[in-house]
Write a protein that binds this ligand. Structure first.
Ligand SMILES: [Fe+2]
Length: 234
């Protein structure tokens, strides 16, 4: 498929190294031989695009998926998805998943002795609008221990998957909250070596998005390719 014009490749330094020894599981999964660049295939560049018909009107609101409201600090998380040339990425599926306010995931492998919340599952999705905007309503996730090293705790974060216009632009990463005291102790956050790139993983509190008497608003914009690209998770 040499005639297919592929998406722009990431410049060096945008993303964490595959091997980040302080983040222990990268020792097992990092490639130990040089990567072989492959040209993008037609199916990667042209689609498929997910989610259009199947995303329900409440799928973006993680606080309204059960009979009652979840415990925790209600928040709005919103921002724009753009490509490396600053153009909005429209009609594109954005998915999130997170732990509850106590730092517990609804997952069989999560052994953290913190309570599950019967009113919180922790997964949501939406499709970007004509300006590339996404928006979620959720609760602020808690910190949780993760066993990477003695006394290891993750800063509060929300996992994001963004497809962009095609498979070749998919980004899986994590959004953090400003001023988290655990940043200095987290090998995953610190695996993004470039301080400016690291900052692009941190949302900012925005009082214009904050809804009085109801929820704090956080703004987090995502760039899928190019110099200002949002880093992937390690
Ligand atoms: Fe997590």
């Amino acid at each position: 498929m040499s005639c297919v014009a592929g998406y722009r490749r990431e410049p060096p330094g945008t993303h964490p190294e595959y091997l980040t020894p302080e983040y222990r599981s990268t020792l097992l999964r990092a490639p130990d031989r040089p990567l072989v660049p492959l040209s993008h295939s037609l199916s990667e560049v042209t689609g498929p695009i997910y989610g259009h018909e199947r995303v329900g009107p409440l799928d973006h609101d993680l606080t309204r998926r059960h009979d009652g409201e979840p415990l925790g600090e209600r928040i709005v998380v919103t921002g724009f998805v753009r490509d490396g040339d600053g153009r909005p990425v429209r009609d594109s599926l954005v998915e999130i998943w997170q732990c509850n306010a106590a730092g517990r995931y609804v997952h069989a492998a999560d052994r953290h002795p913190a309570p599950l919340d019967p009113n919180f599952t922790g997964a949501g999705r939406c499709v970007t609008d004509a300006e590339g905007r996404y928006r979620f309503v959720t609760i602020k996730p808690g910190a949780y221990p993760w066993g990477n090293h003695e006394n290891a705790w993750r800063p509060a974060h929300i996992h994001f998957s963004l497809f962009g216009p095609a498979f070749a632009t998919r980004l899986v990463t994590q959004m953090y909250f400003p001023g988290d005291p655990l940043f200095a102790h987290d090998p995953i956050f610190r695996s993004v070596r470039e301080p400016a790139a690291r900052e692009r993983l941190v949302a900012r509190l925005d009082m214009d998005l904050t809804e009085p008497e109801w929820a704090l608003g956080y703004r987090w914009d995502v760039v899928l390719r190019g110099r200002d690209a949002t880093p992937v998770e390690a």
